[in-house]
Design a protein around this ligand. Structure first.
Ligand code: FES
Length: 320
């Protein structure tokens, strides 16, 4: 994708939705409308901090038919490499940011006879926009939304007010849990299930759906991994003839960009495959943190996803 093509936006409102989640309203600096999108789309927010640029993906949660503003919600991470801390601490009403055009890697299936949406925590955000797309339509849908306690249930009132009994809440603090086995065993033919939330819950939904005989094509999930911290290492970019040092708290992709080399990306969360890069040489171990490469590809060690993956080595040469 072209990264030159960003949109300048201004923060027009900030709401503290839960102890950990802030909700931001972004309007175009140039006025007018923002580009159209469909429920499930995300943008990359470019944050220019002191000496460091962060680019983080966030799902658009605002109604897709309202293009005068985009809305996103950001959970403050306990171990932040800087992006969520920047959004929580540095942004004020009136701050300006750059964002990329929306991309949808988490589409609702147009032929589905029913949609079952399962959210964990901040994973609610893509469903906010998707449920707006579904509201008033003829295809049935339902949301199962799990949070650790009522005070962490961002947007609950808004969702229940808009979608009523289609919303089921589950609170860990009350010992409540969505019975995935029962939920996924009792759906009409043609139902699609969508999940967004923590990694452990994604594994559980995928395993439960498989166990209940669901076709892979009817099971959809999204999880943007935050690039993990790790040991520092060095990389040589063969095509660009540039040597790059990757510090412990920066991703390989961020370090490449910091060295002035334009590398491809869409999700920056190990999901889309856009940043897949050939490994020309490595004398140690690649640390794969993506959800894109197959187990065989990871074991072969010829490919790496620089948005989330790292290396333990003294020599790494990439085809970039
Ligand atoms: S940018 Fe999507 S997997 Fe790396």
């Amino acid at each position: 994708m072209s990264h030159a093509n960003t949109i300048a936006v201004r923060v027009s409102a900030i709401h503290q939705r839960t102890p950990l989640i802030k909700h931001f309203v972004l309007v175009p600096v140039a006025g007018g409308s923002l580009p159209a999108f469909s429920g499930g789309s995300h943008i990359i927010v470019v944050m220019r901090g002191a000496g460091r640029v962060h680019r983080n993906p966030y799902s658009l949660l605002s109604p897709p038919n309202r293009l005068e503003a985009y809305e996103i919600a950001v959970r403050r991470m306990e171990v932040s490499r800087g992006g969520s801390a920047f959004m929580h601490e540095q942004l004020r009403v009136g701050s300006e940011l750059e964002i990329t055009h929306p991309v949808n890697l988490f589409n609702l299936d147009k032929l589905a006879r029913k949609h079952v949406l399962i959210a964990g925590g901040i994973g609610i955000t893509p469903f906010m926009a998707q449920m707006e797309d579904l509201h008033g339509g003829t295809v049935p849908y339902e949301l199962h939304y799990s949070v650790r306690a009522p005070e962490h249930a961002a947007f609950r009132e808004q969702l229940v007010g808009r979608h009523g009994a289609r919303v089921s809440m589950y609170y860990d603090s009350a010992g409540e849990e969505c019975d995935l086995g029962a939920l996924l065993s009792n759906q009409p033919l043609g139902t699609h299930v969508y999940f967004c939330g923590p990694a452990g819950m994604i594994d559980k939904v995928v395993a439960t759906a498989r166990g209940a005989g669901w076709s892979e094509s009817h099971v959809h999930w999204e999880q943007f991994s935050a690039p993990p911290v790790g040991d520092a290492f060095e990389v040589f970019l063969a095509k660009s003839a540039v040597r790059v040092s990757v510090p412990p708290d920066q991703s390989l992709l961020e370090a490449i960009e910091g060295a002035g080399v334009d590398a491809p990306y869409l999700c920056r969360g190990g999901v889309c495959g856009e940043c897949r890069t050939q490994v020309i040489e490595v004398d140690g171990e690649l640390v794969h943190n993506d959800h894109f490469l197959s187990a065989d590809e990871k074991a072969a060690g010829r490919l790496i996803m620089p948005c989330v993956s790292r290396a333990h080595c003294t020599k790494l040469v990439l085809d970039l």
